[in-house]
Write a protein that binds this ligand. Structure first.
Ligand code: ATP
Length: 234
């Protein structure tokens, strides 16, 4: 397993939001967290990357990372793409790329840029453009590219489809499928569009008010009657 989480509890100040979650992401696999608004999906991603105080066991490639500072967790290979994206709006696409790779000194940075251009050709076309002037979909692409430039073992993706038109969302999920096939990075995905999330994922967990109430292979969860009715709309 790439990421193993057990008994994860987290919250904000006195408020407990997560009440002991167990879940995992396989090496190179995609795990999705489903659930209604407020179920605790975003908080789960924040707990994994150290942005909120967490208790329990979180281990990355066999090493315990619970309680470490966000920068230490990032350095060990966890990249977070928060909802609301997290790009530097005043900087150009190129400058955002360079910031994404700034911790790296290896000679492969240029090769990774080329790889990103292949996955995200629209970003190459907009290389000198200010991030703040990109379309919402392009900003989402830039945020994902920037996170991948850290060469993470695990990518935490929070609602990549948020606020985007359906065609752009299809584009982004097409790119994620490609990244999944070509990069070996593991992905923990939070996504309102359960259809797309379950198509991409191999494991899925359903959260309700900070507890996992269902889990299994994504293909099985897709067939579940209650899931279909409540989350897939058919
Ligand atoms: P959504 O899809 O609406 O983002 P979610 O499943 O991601 O939902 P969270 O954002 O993790 O849910 O929120 C879980 C609970 O934690 C909610 O009750 C929310 O009000 C609360 N919460 C989230 N962020 C904070 C915060 N910064 N301070 C206090 N409470 C928070």
């Amino acid at each position: 397993m790439l990421l193993e989480v057990s008994g994860l509890r987290a919250g904000y100040g006195p408020t407990h939001v997560l009440h002991g979650l167990d879940f995992a992401v396989e090496e190179g696999g995609v795990t999705t967290l489903l659930g209604a608004n407020g179920a605790g999906k975003t908080t789960t991603l924040r707990a994994v990357c150290g942005m909120v105080r967490a208790e329990g066991e979180v281990s990355l490639a066999g090493q315990r990372i619970t309680g470490l500072a966000t920068e230490d967790i990032a350095r060990r290979g966890v990249a977070h793409v928060p909802d609301g994206r997290g790009t530097f709006m005043e900087l150009t696409v190129e400058e955002n790329f360079r910031l994404g790779a700034y911790t790296r000194r290896d000679a492969e940075v240029q090769r990774d840029f080329e790889r990103m251009w292949e996955w995200f050709p629209r970003l190459k076309q907009r290389w000198k453009q200010q991030a703040g002037t990109l379309s919402g979909g392009e900003q989402q692409m830039l945020a994902i590219a920037r996170a991948l430039l850290l060469r993470p073992k695990l990518l935490l993706l929070d609602e990549p489809s948020f606020g985007l038109a359906p065609l752009i969302v299809q584009d982004i999920f097409g790119i994620l499928r490609r990244i999944r096939a070509e990069s070996g990075v593991g992905i923990l995905l939070v996504e309102q569009n359960a259809n797309l999330a379950l198509e991409l994922a191999d494991r899925a967990y359903l959260l309700e008010t900070g507890r996992i109430v269902m889990s299994g292979p994504a293909a099985e969860i897709r067939q579940d009657e209650a899931i279909r009715r409540s989350y897939l709309g058919y």
